[in-house]
Design a protein around this ligand. Sequence first.
Ligand code: J2J
Length: 540
Amino acid sequence: HPSPLPGFTPWPEEFAQRYRQQGYWTGQTLGDMLREQARRHPERIALVCGQRRWDYAEFDRRADQLAAGFARLGIGARDRVVVQLPNVAEFFTVCFALFRLGALPVFALPAHRRTEIGHFCRFAQAKAYVIPDRDGGFDYRSLAREVGPEAPTLQHVVVLGEAEEFVALDSLYDAPRELVGPSADEVAFLQLSGGSTGLPKLIPRTHDDYLYSVRASADICGLDQDTVYLCALPVAHNFPLSSPGTLGVFHAGGRVVLARRPSPDDAFPLIEAERVTLTALVPPLAMAWLDAASSRQVDLSSLRLLQVGGAKLGAEAARRVQPVLGCRLQQVFGMAEGLVNYTRADDPEEIVFESQGRPISPADEVRVVDDDDRDVAPGETGHLLTRGPYTIRGYYLAPEHNARAFTSDGFYRTGDLVRLLPSGHLVVEGRAKDQINRGGDKVAAAEVEDHLLAHPAVHDAAVVAMPDAYLGERSCAFVIARDTPPRAMELLRFLRERGMAQYKIPDRIEFIDHFPKTGVGKVDKRALRERIAALLAQQP
Ligand code: J2J
């Protein structure tokens, strides 16, 4: 393909050249990376999923077989495929099959429902949608039946398990075919943005840029062939996928153990049985693990490093990790758009407890600015802007949003408020974007507000974060009713019936007569946050 994917913003040529010259972009594709590992050590175990153990040769062969099967369905270069799978081995064979075809997985989360999946299918003009039959008590085939008629480009629903009227994934293991793969500067997949606007944005990541972040992350975290990584967070999330995550482990020739659920009950037995050395958690899970580990008999002695990220980890919890779990802590502050920060093995303890790490790469450019994009004084808090060899230059097919989300010279506006330490480490102090970080699950306020506004009895709605001891933040919807306020239960049922992920449903609804306004007449969300925080402090 001589021209880039429509809707993808490539790096300017001078940057691309520099990133290649300096060895960040190597020209290897994700598909080639797995092939290389399979040639080097075909017999090593790559994946453990329940009773199944796949070595690198089997993993590689299954990816080739599925690539042939998808090709038979007519899926080829640049086609988009929404992939919504739980933590199962097939997530990886499906993804690598698509990578090798040059087709683009669109990573959905298991929690997504009709409105999100419908949006991804329509917006990305997906040709296929890959699901499990059932998981977590939910039937994904019924979701596919709802979404299908609303997604005109969708030709195939592929099901892991009982396919009913759809295509069984198991029927797609064809004899491998000779394929012309994509080139490494092409978009490999579309990752999800946490979002702060009405509809979730899609993030185009190339083989070159993503593999660089994966390789460098594996290096920083000291991965090697003896690494046994427990994937407890949802597989498709950027953190367990790439920081260094499962892809980092495959790159290093190590072993990935999949946990279906991240609870101590599911994860601890796997850590003991598989001698897990590394895992990644969001702060609420880390706290649940700390509590569980201190109250039960369990051998976690194989664990060497616990990564925590996705939301801010309190310094108190940070200090408990080593004494309770017997392993080192690493804080990770990353984003699906690119930039990832890690505390390092040789950082002083205080830096590991109190900061969210420093960037992966010497080529990461970081600026901390005021509301007018002027650099703040060193050490002051401001907006984090960044650009670099693995940070996108634009969301997929979103020119208007991109004009706001990026500076004219290509820096991504992260929406995070940070402070830079003299050592180069960042401390996350807050957030300017209109988002609720619900223990790592990102909720775009505007998205929930739009759903609330669709209710006939709702005149206006404003969703804000409220403090929560367990999740860090939960969501509170302030609602102005038209005349007689509907019952809160009725609004929540309305939202659920619209088919949105459960974690986006407001944790609390407060009826209000009018919104406090800022000087320029916008809804004063800070005042609303303070109001609900004060209320909670009174009646905990
Ligand atoms: C405070 N806020 C944090 C942290 C992310 C690695 C790790 C995490 C993500 C991720 C990721 C935070 N302290 N330690 O993609 O590769 C908030 C920030 C950030 C947003 C990005 C990775 N770690 N955050 O969480 O795309 O607000 O990626 O901008 O889901 O999470 O969210 P997401």
